[in-house]
Design a protein around this ligand. Structure first.
Ligand code: IFM
Length: 436
């Protein structure tokens, strides 16, 4: 099989996030986050798993950076734990927490790996949650202060700073379905939280630029195309509504200074004058996380997606063409900045047998998505890099340690790391790209 061919300067990387890998939750002055509280609440996560130890990356970061270097990758996307740097989310800073990210960034640079930082990957300091969390508009101002401090500290050494990772998840899973921290179940709260997240993004971009932060600035959104289950008007209307809520809700305020309207969308947040002006800051890049498509069926029970290419261990349909459909659709609808695929990957029921993990389905998933991505680039979408999710098996939120997304297998009892077959495949694929 011939490889799809990517531009010579395309950035190949892997991604992680702080709470999912760092552990060391009570060390060196880190304050608690909403995920510490949530994961320690009985019944919220599979097996009651928490991120207390996770991959122990806080202590093993140099070994993990060496793994990335060994794979021949040029990029690493990580997130910063706000409460490690500013334990209460406002007020005093924690020198030891700040020093950890200095060390991480410097170690990456020594190894020739380009750091891409994300400021917020769902772990709000618990102190701010106690004052209302993202429902409190003031949190957007606290986030702006945090962004400026981190931007000034790291902005001369990282190649990108994203404000938020997947605000849909914080808003919807955190405040509507209640599956994620802080576990609220209030649809009106969810749209208000989404608005405050977007506002915080825009205010942070403005403030970081005003403070002279040098790194390119953007946001990371989880996105999917939506396929109506049939040609029926009801399914098509549902598909339009789902796309409005999942994709346009975050794109339209940034690119068009408004929330989308679609039939059946009836919840809107309170928006103050000038909020859209604040939100719609120019982006230096857009991060797109793609895993699967959404299937819109109004049948009762809803028809499942055909999933002819299988499903992952999360139960998500494998649908690589969706990445092409999504990107081409975005390009048609918005004036896009350069794009990075900041996450793409699959959970697989991996097993370590005699020192080897045979994860052929992951290799097929990666190959399929990279082919789709190369077609999107050929269609004119300006994509600059790809980060596989994730470097390591890690803490998959409410699914605990049950779901394995890593290129590298982690034995949580010993913290032993073992490259899976997919890691070898990715390393060879990237090497072949450089060789052509
Ligand atoms: O593990 C998550 C990550 O934190 C955000 N994007 C999706 C991944 C897989 O569920």
């Amino acid at each position: 099989m011939t490889d799809p061919k990517f531009p010579a300067d395309f950035l190949w990387g892997v991604a992680t996030s702080a709470y999912q890998i760092e552990g060391a939750v009570a060390e060196d002055g880190r304050g608690p986050s909403i995920w510490d509280t949530f994961s320690h609440t009985p019944g919220k996560t599979v097996n009651g798993d928490t991120g207390d130890v996770a991959c122990d990356h806080y202590h093993r970061y140099a070994q993990d950076v060496a793994l990335i270097a060994g794979l021949g990758l040029g990029g690493y996307r990580f997130s910063i734990s706000w409460s490690r740097c500013q334990p209460q989310g406002k007020g005093a800073w924690n020198p030891k927490g700040l020093a950890f990210y200095d060390r991480l960034v410097d170690t990456l640079l020594e190894r020739g790996i380009t750091p891409h930082a994300t400021l917020y990957h769902w772990d709000l300091p618990q102190g701010l949650q106690d004052e209302g969390g993202w429902l409190n508009r003031d949190t957007a101002l606290r986030f702006t202060d945090y962004a400026v401090t981190m931007g000034q500290r790291l902005g001369d050494r990282v190649a990108a700073i994203a404000t938020h990772n997947e605000p849909w998840c914080t808003a919807f899973l955190g405040h509507h379905s209640g599956k994620f921290a802080p576990g609220l179940k209030d649809p009106q709260a969810a749209v208000q939280v989404a608005h405050h997240l977007l506002l915080s993004h825009g205010l942070a971009l403005q403030a970081m630029r005003a403070a002279g932060v040098k790194a390119p600035l953007g946001i990371v959104l989880n996105q999917s195309p939506v396929t109506p289950a049939s040609g029926r008007a009801t399914d098509r209307a549902l598909a339009e509504r789902e796309y409005a809520l999942f994709v346009r809700w975050y794109m339209d305020p940034i690119f068009h200074k408004r929330y989308p309207t679609a039939s059946g969308v009836h919840l809107y947040p309170q928006v103050r004058e000038n909020d859209f002006d604040a939100i719609a800051q120019p982006l230096d890049f857009l991060g797109v996380n793609y895993y699967t498509r959404i299937w819109a069926s109004t049948d009762e029970p809803p028809q499942p997606a055909p999933a002819v290419q299988g499903v992952t261990d999360m139960g998500w349909e494998v649908y690589p063409e969706g990445l092409l459909e999504l990107l081409v659709g975005l390009k048609r609808e918005y004036t896009l900045p350069p794009i990075y695929i900041t996450e793409n990957g699959m959970a697989n029921a991996d097993r370590l047998v005699d020192g080897r993990v045979d994860d052929a389905p992951r290799i097929a998933y990666m190959r399929g998505h990279l082919e789709a991505l190369s077609r999107a680039i050929a269609a004119g979408v300006d994509v600059r890099g790809f980060f596989y999710w994730s470097l390591l098996d890690n803490y998959e939120w409410d699914s605990g340690y049950d779901k394995r997304f890593g290129l590298v297998h982690v034995d949580y009892a010993t913290q032993q790391r073992t490259l899976k077959d997919s890691a070898h495949w990715y390393r060879d694929f990237v090497a072949r790209q450089a060789a052509v």
